[in-house]
Design a protein around this ligand. Structure first.
Ligand SMILES: Cc1cc2nc3c(=O)[nH]c(=O)nc-3n(C[C@H](O)[C@H](O)[C@H](O)COP(=O)(O)OP(=O)(O)OC[C@H]3O[C@@H](n4cnc5c(N)ncnc54)[C@H](O)[C@@H]3O)c2cc1C
Length: 433
């Protein structure tokens, strides 16, 4: 008899877990609360453009590249040219992200900023020399002038971690600085959502199926929603941590519960603008100009630079990321006003942009990314120890980006691991019967 496994959540963690289970001869059913696959790695159309409403890239070393090949869309993976741009001296200057010197040469950074960026990169090469981890902002304050913090660290932390530098771990920041220029960024030609939508055609998914309760039952697991329930041989929980924690409830040992409480998420808010005509840069990431302390945005990602096929030939699409310190206040503001506030930033950076805006979309993420804070790895270890106890006592496994780096790669890796662990345990159990 085939074994039925409930996989809760159709983000990349859940879909990868289901794919892995299926490869190993089990029968998964993905239960998704929403009506689309992909979770935080979805794409959406806007008047002929394809927008990545959440994640937009992954490193070439990612498990996503092999996964894409396995599901037959290897040819859809494209490399993104990593360039950074900045409005400087009335022009939008762009340069390859690979070295601060290149940024200096093209005047994206001032000589002072380039010098500090070079020093930061050199220090990133030997993080051990820095001593125990600490908040990135404290480390920067000791080594660099306040302007470097405001003009370089703030947008970097906001765009790459969706987090303010006050709480961001210094080691995580240094790791990113060290990898800039080394890692090749990749994505899917027709949007990050391509992988999730393809996986969702190859494994069974039930949409509109929010799971409210998970109860171990006679060697299996009973899974229930508002007006339905079903029994499975095992379950894989692939939701963000708050939902996983609520579903596991008292099954999670007290120490792991305490650790989970200390693992929090940063919210994010992204305004997508569709522009008539070409915006005057080919840069992938555009940072606010030096000294623009008034900006509500910490920078933007250009959809055309991700891949030209993403936008109609005579248009551009800009994804403006709200600065992490403004996201909570913007929660109280309606979408139209939020779009206006962030458009005012772009108007200041490149005057005349506003009158070319022909469409917009506001995307709010209450749990956008696990906060990478000092002490996080100890909490993750404690949580993982508790989750291992759960899997030892009940046929329940857990996957999700919060267990790794908060990224699509982290999500898919933990999904693959949970699928393998679940299949191995069930196969051994069946053999022992
Ligand atoms: C704006 C933004 C930009 C990002 N940029 C990048 C990037 O460029 N590169 C990168 O690597 N990462 C990026 N990330 C992070 C990345 O998107 C996530 O780490 C990853 O997609 C998380 O995948 P997941 O499967 O763990 O969780 P999710 O994608 O959150 O999937 C969880 C799924 O579970 C469902 N669910 C929740 N509760 C229940 C329930 N009770 N019952 C049934 N279903 C439920 C949800 O609806 C969701 O579909 C970004 C995130 C955001 C928000």
């Amino acid at each position: 008899m085939t074994m039925r496994i409930a996989v809760i959540g159709a983000g990349l963690a859940g879909l990868t877990a289901a794919w892995q289970l299926q490869q190993l001869g089990l029968t998964p059913l993905v239960l998704e609360a929403g009506h689309d696959p992909g979770g935080r790695a979805r794409s959406a159309p806007l008047d002929g453009a394809i927008l990545d409403v959440g994640a937009w890239s992954f490193p070439s070393s990612s498990v996503l590249t092999t996964l894409a090949r396995s599901v037959g869309i290897g040819a859809e993976v494209v490399t993104v040219s990593a360039t950074v741009g900045r409005p400087t001296g009335g022009r939008l200057r762009a340069a390859p992200l690979r070295s601060p010197l290149a940024l200096l040469g093209r005047r994206v950074f001032s000589p002072d900023e380039a010098w500090h960026a070079l020093r930061a990169r050199a220090m990133a090469g030997c993080p051990r020399a820095q001593g125990p981890d600490e908040p990135a902002a404290a480390w920067v304050a000791r080594h660099f002038p306040p302007s470097f913090q405001a003009d370089v660290l703030r947008p970097l932390a906001g765009l790459f971690f969706l987090q303010d530098p006050i709480s961001l771990s210094r080691d995580a920041l240094l790791g990113t600085l060290a990898s800039l220029g080394r890692a090749r960024l990749q994505t899917f030609r027709a949007g990050m959502g391509t992988l999730a939508t393809t996986l969702a055609t190859q494994v069974p998914v039930r949409y509109g199926a929010r799971v409210n309760a998970l109860t171990p039952d006679d060697g299996g697991v009973q899974v229930a929603g508002d007006d339905w329930s079903d029994t499975f041989d095992a379950a894989i929980l692939a939701t963000p941590l708050p939902e996983a924690q609520a579903l596991l409830g008292l099954l999670l040992p007290p120490l792991a519960r305490a650790a989970a409480t200390g693992l929090t998420y940063a919210p994010a808010l992204v305004v997508h603008l569709l522009i008539r005509g070409r915006w005057p840069t080919t840069a992938l990431v555009v940072l606010p100009p030096s000294g623009d302390s008034a900006s509500a945005s910490c920078g933007m990602v250009m959809q055309r630079a991700i891949h030209p096929a993403r936008v109609p030939p005579s248009h551009d699409a800009l994804a403006l990321y709200a600065a992490p310190e403004h996201v909570t206040a913007l929660t109280m503001v309606d979408d139209q006003r939020v779009a206006e506030i962030l458009t005012e930033d772009v108007e200041r950076w490149v005057p005349g942009t506003r009158r070319h805006v022909i469409g917009w979309r506001v995307q709010r993420w209450p749990t956008a990314a696990a906060r990478i804070e000092v002490g996080r790895s100890a909490r993750i270890e404690q949580l993982e120890a508790g989750l291992a106890e759960v899997s030892r006592d009940y046929p329940i496994w857990v996957a999700g980006d919060y267990l790794g780096l908060s990224s699509v790669d982290g999500a898919a890796r933990t999904g693959k691991e949970a699928g393998t662990a679940c299949a191995t345990a069930l196969t051994m159990m069946r053999a022992g019967r």
